[in-house]
Ligand binder design. Structure first.
Ligand code: PMP
Length: 328
């Protein structure tokens, strides 16, 4: 029987989930006082379940607003009857920057500070971990987790939809420090209550078994290919090559401040936006797909997650150079 057929209570599947968790613990060096949960409801679910698990109505919570995903997290938190303080909002730069460390003060009576280390749509990434003092730091790492090593001990909660760097959609990974477990609001549904799920090893109900299995396979692949140090080197090299090609072209442009450029999502525009459909069509004919920018921003976006090899980036650069020569 395959993983899709066996019971989630079977020894085989329980071992499979335990292996996936152990691989994640090994790769990220997750300290013993953190629990790893494999849940459902996506990263969007966590926009609501984080506040339900670690605040009471009326509590103060703090956010950094750096683009569309942090904006959504803010909106969902506001629906939870909280006193939401946005400490920094990068609207002035049109969300092409991150707030400088030290340019905002974290209120020490906040229940947590939430930020989005990598804004998937804008291609904007923090080049530092915010210092929050005693306030738990909460991070939506959906589009950057396991792209490089990470100091988990700096965080209260890390969550990430699996579908970029971890495996198929349908699983959301939550890494939560022990002291933040067990304080959920009384109306929190059991399947979204960290304490209930931690007590049940994330199997309060049927988990997304195939997704968890695949997650384990992906993590094993990262381990086999040199772990997160090697992954970081590959990702940095891919991103550096693509940004250099864009900056040196005189034809393409990336709007993001150099210190805030994402290793994972690289948006770029063409000198003449009327050429956008031509670019996309010719790129697709050359086997280069999924380059259309998010519908809200237009232009192009190359998402170069862990699974994208250097050869894929090299092929994109070769195509872009040739296209610019013909159309520039
Ligand atoms: N946060 C970030 C940073 C994302 O990139 C995404 C998905 N693109 C989400 C949240 C939403 O994730 P999900 O669809 O799993 O709810």
């Amino acid at each position: 029987m395959s993983v899709m057929e066996v019971s989630h209570r079977s020894k085989a599947f329980v071992a499979c989930a335990a292996n996936a968790e152990q691989s994640l613990r090994n790769l990220l060096g997750i300290p013993d006082n953190y629990r790893v949960l494999f849940l459902q409801g996506g990263a969007t679910g966590q926009f609501s379940f984080v506040p339900m698990n670690i605040t009471q109505p009326g509590d103060k919570v703090a956010f950094l607003h750096t683009g569309q995903w942090s904006n959504k997290a803010i909106k969902f938190a506001k629906a939870q009857d909280l006193n939401v303080e946005v400490l920094a909002d990068e609207a002035e730069s049109k969300y092409t920057t991150v707030p400088a460390a030290g340019s905002y003060t974290v209120p020490q009576d906040a229940a947590y500070l939430h930020y989005t280390p990598n804004e998937t749509i804008g291609g904007v990434e923090f080049d530092y971990i915010p210092d929050t003092g005693q306030v738990p730091l909460v991070a939506d790492m959906s589009s950057t987790i396991v792209s490089r090593p990470l100091d988990v001990s700096r965080y209260g909660i890390i969550y990430a939809g699996a579908q970029k760097n971890l495996g198929p959609s349908g699983v959301v990974v939550v890494i939560v420090r022990d002291d933040l477990i067990g304080n959920a609001r009384s109306n929190t549904p059991g399947v979204f209550d960290y304490a209930a799920q931690a007590a049940a090893d994330s199997m309060l109900n049927t988990p997304p078994t195939f997704g968890v299995y695949m997650l384990g396979q992906v993590l094993a692949w990262i381990e086999r290919t040199g772990g997160l140090d090697a992954m970081a080197k590959r990702n940095q090299a891919k991103a550096a090559a693509l940004y250099a090609a864009i900056d040196g072209s005189g034809f393409y442009a990336n709007p993001v401040a150099v210190n805030a450029r994402s290793w994972m999502n690289v948006p770029f525009t063409l000198a003449n936006p009327e050429l956008d459909p031509v670019f996309l069509k010719e790129a697709e004919a050359a086997g280069l797909t999924n380059l259309k920018g998010h519908r809200s921003v237009g232009g192009m976006r190359a998402s170069i997650y862990n699974a994208m090899p250097q050869a894929g980036v090299d092929a994109l650069i070769a195509f872009m150079t040739e296209f610019a020569n013909r159309n520039g």
